[in-house]
Design a binder for this molecule. Structure first.
Ligand code: ADP
Ligand code: MG
Ligand code: MG
Length: 882
């Protein structure tokens, strides 16, 4: 034989041949090698399919190779295709290198014709079985190869079932099945204008061609686009001797998982149907029985099945999804592949397999998908609840949330702040909607993808979101929505209670009870293993003792970013803060600061206590001061009213406020008067904060606790800024040390958030003993993007047009921002070899960014508390990747 080989017997291949033989073919070959009971057959390669797609015809030599393989198969089984005495029947099965379940086609029972069906009836002594097989063949061939609607066959089948008075297909007796075959043949003739092809060789050629063609059927094309599967992989074709699950009560067909794919519990999990074939399990009129019942019904076959399942698991070292058929008590395995599973099951299975010694712990950690595991950390729908699903959108941000529907952000804020649970429902969201998102339990948008504004913001906040739910048709004018394609439901008014499941994208009518995420013991075990493998320390961003507590529960060993601005926002504090900002003289300012001091001290006391023994990195005041002042327009309105009333003192006060507000107004607050710049102009603010920190530290030390204090100066760009403020902090520390008569050790560090800081990192390291990359601001300042504008306006287009691979605010831009990080680490450590370096911000919880931090030699990552477990896992995976 000359030319390329396109056909391989199952006995020739192995699991390594996936690209060439497809997943199904490689699996059949591997199982054959293992000695499992696999009906013999051969595989036509994906290369043949690709040639066929290119030329529209079978490549030269292919059919010769098929006939040769068929002869080998016939010789082996002692039966021949189309033989009127004892016919060989085959299945013709599709199977791509990448699993595309249900996307392509398969034909069973090929090789039957009027003579062969009589032969089959004679040799089996079972006329009913023979005609059941024949009618199945015509039906599948008619559908897959001749493109006659499945329904037309089903109608004829139902009519004969009715005529026979049979409850199920399996109960239709032989005469009605024979009549049905005649019905089917007539249908085919009518629909195609030709007689049904009764030559088995012609049937085989047509079926192979149809399976090749099914590579490009519309649903397969769409599926590949969705999953980013290349179009040029092609499908293999497996021609396999038939085994029959439809030969009576000791025959059956079924599917099983070697472990429970929902919970991960060990033990076979699946379903079977006696006296049935192939697809009946999923499509049939009868409800399949749980696999456990097979142990009673056909104990010997069940025992074989258990043995096969454990052999497959041991061999593939993972949970398998298996198709099987039992023919007159004898087990046949027809397919195996690595089984899909929930996050919960993924963890349980990996941990169990490691404990069973099938894989090692590193492998158990390596196998997890951190993004999938995130779903374990959110509140979830009560699995016992029954759901009225209205529509399904994109699973944009995991977690379950319910609330009354509101259609605008202001309304969401109003009702949310009044204590009502609301769900913000918008065509899409913009940065102007942030306040509404904050106040809502979750977000539902009818447009926008996984990187839309709503999706990004919600994920950042850890709020559930469903985006791109086009079926939800919103009428903002009428304040109602309808569900596309379901007019019977009518319109849903504002206030309707909906529940969204951000993990699955489901939109559910009414309130669904939710349950706490269950951190199963296996998950905790896995995380412990991960901790033993990672090099990076995982810290959390936390501003309150409650967050600090949560972070510790999730395994954080420190706080990498404790922001202090939120501490001034409360009812009791904001007025004092405003007083401080409005102060006309240093004395007035100091007086206000003195009132803030005890409050800050309590804040720091609480947080340091909650993190006892672990470092707490406290960032001194960062945002521009006008964020603490009332809106200028509002003040103007009040001023007008005061003037009208003739209220002199109020007029004077409001005029002062307005003057100050105007003086502090900025064209570009992001690049304005904030961070260390505040500290330089008003050193007394930072001095007060430092004093509060050290007094809290002194009290805790006096109580025998172990506060670990790190003071962090934000937004430094010039070494002299840091030098100045490091001096203020040191001086304050010395004063408090003297007052308490004890030494108060602390670290002083800086954030690296602007390119200039990265460039002068060696100079900064003269004063700083740690760096924390504020990668959010560093991304903004490196790109010159303001995040809200970017995400609201052009970033989605950038990602859609592939100008940027990802949102750089979610996944660190290694090409640009990453260079600044590595450069700053090198320069900083050149001056101070033991410089502690980490990142804080959203990137600290992103697996790809964490891997980058590991490779760049960082010491820690800090992220929001609910991402800590994912970061621990990702840090271990990064270490395992070397
Ligand atoms: P899919 O990829 O859609 O599952 P398959 O090629 O696996 O398609 O086949 C469809 C059904 O037919 C499955 O239930 C399979 O187990 C069954 N089947 C395929 N080949 C045979 C065969 N040779 N004998 C008996 N049943 C078969
Ligand atoms: Mg299958
Ligand atoms: Mg910043």
């Amino acid at each position: 034989m000359s030319g390329e080989r396109y056909v391989f017997d199952f006995a020739e291949g192995s699991a390594a041949d996936r690209a060439r033989l497809g997943g199904k073919g490689a699996g059949l070959a591997e199982m054959t090698r293992l000695g499992l009971p696999v009906p013999p057959g051969f595989t036509i390669t994906t290369a043949a399919c690709i040639r066929y797609q290119q030329t529209g015809d079978f490549p030269l030599g292919l059919l010769d190779q098929v006939w040769a393989a068929l002869e080998r198969l016939e010789a082996r089984l002692g039966r021949r295709l189309g033989d009127a005495r004892d016919p060989l029947l085959v299945s013709v099965r599709s199977g791509a290198p990448v699993s595309m379940p249900g996307m392509m086609d398969t034909v069973l029972n090929l090789g039957l014709n009027p003579a062969a069906v009589e032969g089959l009836a004679r040799v089996t002594g079972d006329r009913r079985f023979a005609f059941d097989s024949y009618r199945r063949f015509i039906q599948m061939f008619g559908n897959v190869v001749l493109h006659i609607e499945h329904d037309r066959f089903e109608q004829l089948l139902a009519a004969r079932r009715l005529e026979a008075g049979a409850a199920t297909d399996a109960a239709i007796p032989a005469p009605q099945l024979e009549a049905l075959v005649a019905d089917y043949l007539a249908l085919v003739a009518e629909r195609t204008g030709k007689a049904f092809p009764q030559d088995p060789f012609q049937q085989l050629v047509m079926a192979i061609r149809a399976v090749f063609d099914s590579w490009n059927n519309p649903r397969a094309v769409v599926y590949r686009k969705l999953r980013r599967i290349p179009d040029d992989l092609g499908t293999a074709v497996n021609v396999q001797a038939m085994v029959f699950g439809n030969r009576g009560p000791t025959s059956a067909t079924g599917v099983l998982f070697t472990r429970n794919p929902n919970t991960g519990e060990p033990g076979l999990y699946g379903e079977y149907l006696t006296n049935a074939q192939g697809e009946d399990v999923v499509a049939g009129l009868r409800t399949p029985a749980p696999i456990g019942e097979l142990a009673q019904e056909l104990p010997a076959a069940y025992a074989d099945l258990e043995r096969a399942a454990s052999a497959l698991e041991a061999h593939y070292r993972d949970m398998q999804d298996v198709e099987f058929t039992i023919e007159e008590g004898r087990l046949w395995v027809l397919q195996t592949r690595t089984g899909k599973r929930t996050a919960r099951a993924a963890v349980r299975i990996a941990v169990d397999l490691a404990r069973e010694g099938v894989i090692d712990r590193a492998e158990a950690v390596r196998r997890q998908d951190p993004e999938q595991l995130r779903t374990l950390l959110y509140r979830q729908l009560d699995p016992a609840a029954s759901l009225t699903v209205l529509a399904t959108g994109l699973p944009a941000s995991p977690g379950a949330a319910g609330g009354a529907v509101v259609f605008d952000a202001d309304e969401a804020e109003r009702r949310g702040n009044a204590g009502e649970r609301v769900l913000l429902v918008r065509p899409e969201t913009t940065p102007d909607d942030i306040h509404g998102i904050v106040a809502a339990q979750g977000v539902l948008t009818s447009h926008g993808g996984m990187t839309s504004h709503a999706a990004i913001v919600a994920r950042g906040m850890g709020k559930p979101a469903v985006t791109g739910c086009e079926a939800v048709v919103i009428d903002l004018e009428a304040r109602q929505f309808t569900v596309a394609g379901r007019p019977e439901l009518g319109a849903f008014r504002e206030g309707t209670f909906l529940t969204i499941d951000g993990a699955s994208g489901r939109v559910i009518l009414g309130e669904v009870p939710t349950v706490e995420p269950d951190l199963a013991p296996e998950f905790l075990t896995l995380l412990e293993w991960a901790d033993g493998m990672k090099r990076l320390t995982v810290e959390a961003n936390a501003d309150t003792p409650e967050d600090a507590q949560k972070a510790r529960e999730f395994g954080a060993t420190g706080i990498g970013l404790c922001r202090t601005e939120h501490m001034f926002m409360g009812q009791d504090r904001l007025p004092v803060m405003q007083e401080m900002i409005l102060a006309e003289s240093p004395e007035e300012r100091t007086a206000a600061l003195e009132r803030l001091l005890p409050m800050q001290e309590e804040d720091f006391y609480g947080i340091l206590a909650a993190m006892d023994g672990y470092p707490v990195t406290i960032r001194l005041l960062d945002p521009p001061l006008h964020e603490f002042l009332p809106d200028a327009q509002e003040t103007e309105r009040e001023l007008a009213q005061a003037l009208a009333r003739g209220d002199e003192p109020a007029v004077a006060r409001l005029e002062a406020v307005l003057r100050r507000t105007r003086a502090l107004a900025e064209f570009n607050p992001m690049l304005g008067f904030r961070g260390v710049r505040l500290g330089v102009v008003y050193p007394e603010i930072y001095a007060m904060q430092a004093r509060a920190i050290f007094q809290a530290q002194a009290r805790l030390l006096a109580e025998g606790r172990h506060p670990v204090v790190e003071v962090m100066i934000p937004l430094v760009a010039v070494p002299a800024e840091l030098e100045r403020l490091a001096g203020v902090v040191a001086e304050t520390c010395r004063a408090v040390e003297a007052e308490h008569n004890r030494s108060l050790p602390y670290r002083l560090g800086t954030m690296i958030e602007v390119p200039r800081a990265a460039l002068v990192a060696d100079r900064l390291a003269e004063y700083a003993t740690f760096f924390s990359f504020g990668t959010n601001d560093l991304t903004q300042t490196t790109f010159g993007f303001s995040r809200d504008d970017a995400e609201g306006k052009f970033l989605p287009a950038y990602i859609a047009e592939h100008i940027l691979p990802d949102n750089p605010f979610i996944t660190l831009d290694q090409e640009g921002v990453g260079q600044l990080i590595t450069l700053a680490v090198a320069r900083g450590r050149s001056r101070r070899p033991d410089l502690k370096v980490g990142i804080c911000g959203e990137h600290g919880g992103d697996p790809a960014s964490i891997a980058f931090c590991h490779r760049s030699g960082l010491d820690y990552v800090s992220c929001s508390p609910y991402r800590v477990p994912i970061a621990r896992l990702a840090a271990a995976q990064a270490a395992l990747a070397g």
